[in-house]
Design a protein around this ligand. Structure first.
Ligand code: FMN
Ligand code: MN
Length: 471
């Protein structure tokens, strides 16, 4: 699968609109995409972007709803996020299918270097009025190599166009990408990078997952059931997808940070750079590769729910479930991170309790997982008769099974993201978390008995339905 296959699939499913009228990259394109998305409309392919070559297009909405998430994963469109996450979990606890290196690919159809490198020729949108500039990376990923282990890491970080030859990369503190950058910095070397914009949409999802000790290329190969085909970028020797649409190749100097932002983020708020500049890593772009008629992949951001929240929710849901399974914790029925809570700040887990203290073990494991140790603020545990994504029943459990004194724990000093507007400037990377245990205690002898209807009476009134005039 590449981005073209995905666009064609959306079109076949009646889920794509080609916009042929001229549209401005400056706010107009992102605003159209956001409005269409909020109304539950199709994915959009903008084919006529003001000031840009007609061979270029921009694709929005790859991840906006579960229909398209299912299409990304190659599954039936009526599957729910919980069902899709379960598929991801089942596949990813298996053997990794390693990426396959091939000689060459369409990504090298056009090679731009030297004085010709001009990132402004790429149709990057500007999303919101107060944004610091155009954003090339909202659905991108960066490829780097760990200089000590040789491992390949993919990471999704927002990327602003800073000038014709420089692109920002907001690699936040402690991310795997940051830990690798610090290794290069200590060696006094620049970090070679490739920034991929547009390719198999599952690769971008994997780039936003917290994967340790494996390459996301191999994670995607495992999910797809066949290896990702990669080619070698000539300057850096880094592996890039053979069928990528746009790739920027260059270097990050960890000692030369540049001001970036502000950006209208997925929290629905602007980032702190609105008040003061913050310096971040930046890519010195040496080469640009692109396919003929390249398709730029963008994701809408801003207040929930849109592309960003759906992908954050789905990926975190799937990787949390995978981690809990790998930890060998029994009884996990379903896992759900609501997109409405920006896809990452709240989690709900349904558990079939098998022993006293089981629900608390699950809560502790969720908080300790790599997926949820970052950013999570709230966790609700429910019994197995309630699916994690059945929010009306979750509320019912909070109303009838949860007791604040018995069921609440506040965990202090958790790891978090500076993008959380609820954290003040001094404590940006640290959050507290709440656990709401809405299960009926396993050890209770007299458990609440649920009200139910009589099966015999139900059977008999079914036969009398038309006699009762209720058809
Ligand atoms: C659309 C999108 C944008 C993201 N932007 C950033 C970002 O700007 N900075 C960041 O550190 N993480 C960002 N993330 C989260 C990272 O992708 C995630 O933490 C991932 O694990 C980072 O890769 P790494 O673990 O290899 O460093 C974003 C995720 C998504 C889905
Ligand atoms: Mn990674």
């Amino acid at each position: 699968m590449d981005l073209r296959d995905f666009v064609a699939l959306c079109e076949k499913q009646g889920d794509l609109k080609r916009v042929t009228a001229e549209v401005d990259w400056d706010l107009e394109m992102s605003h159209i995409a956001k409005l269409v998305e909020e109304k539950g409309g199709p994915a959009l392919l903008f084919e006529n972007i003001k000031g840009h070559d007609k061979s270029q297009s921009v694709f929005f909405g790859a991840y906006s709803n579960t229909r398209r998430l299912a299409t990304v994963l190659g599954r039936p469109v009526d599957m729910s996020m919980v069902e899709l996450s379960y598929e991801w979990m089942k596949l990813s606890v298996g053997e990794l299918i390693r990426a396959k290196e091939i000689e060459t690919g369409p990504i090298f159809e056009n090679i731009i270097e030297g004085d010709d490198v001009d990132v402004y020729k790429i149709p990057s949108p500007k999303f919101y009025e107060k944004d610091g500039g155009r954003y090339i990376g909202t659905a991108c990923f960066m490829v780097v190599r760990d200089p000590e282990t040789g491992e390949i890491n993919l990471g999704t970080y927002r990327s602003q166009v800073l000038d014709a030859k420089t692109v920002g990369a907001q690699i936040l503190k402690g991310k795997r990408g940051d830990r690798i950058l610090q290794k290069y910095r200590k060696k006094g070397e620049k970090m070679p990078v490739c920034l991929v914009v547009g390719c198999d949409p599952l690769l971008m999802l994997a780039g936003s997952a917290m994967v340790e000790n494996a390459s996301e290329y191999d994670v995607v190969g495992t999910l797809r059931g066949e290896p990702v085909e990669i080619v070698t970028a000539p300057l850096t020797g880094l592996p890039i997808p053979a069928t990528a649409e746009w790739v920027l190749e260059g270097y990050i100097d960890g000692d030369n940070l540049r001001p970036e932002g502000p950006f209208g983020e997925y929290t629905g708020y602007y980032t702190e750079e609105l008040y003061h500049p913050v310096s971040k890593p930046a890519i010195e772009v040496e080469r640009i590769y692109h396919r003929n008629d390249p398709i730029f992949l963008a994701a809408s951001v801003g207040r929930p729910v849109n592309d960003n929240h759906m992908m954050l929710a789905f990926v975190r849901n799937a990787t949390l479930w995978t981690e809990l399974t790998k930890m060998g914790i029994p009884g996990i029925q379903s896992v759900y991170m609501p997109p409405e809570a920006c896809g990452r700040f709240w989690a709900i887990v349904s558990v079939k309790q098998l022993y006293p203290g089981h629900s608390n073990q699950v809560a502790a494991a969720v908080i300790a997982s790599n997926t949820c140790t970052y950013g999570l603020k709230g966790l609700i545990i429910v019994d197995d008769d309630i699916q994690a994504d059945d929010l009306p029943r979750v509320w019912w459990a909070l109303a009838t099974r949860y007791d604040a004194a018995r069921g609440t724990q506040i965990i202090n000093r958790g790891r978090s993201t500076p993008l959380d507007p609820a954290l003040d400037a001094d404590t940006k990377f640290i959050t507290s978390r709440i656990i709401l245990d809405a299960t009926i205690p396993f050890e209770w002898k007299e458990k609440p008995v649920e009200v139910g209807m009589s099966p015999e009476v139900l059977e008999s009134i079914k036969a009398r339905w038309s006699e009762l005039g209720l058809d």
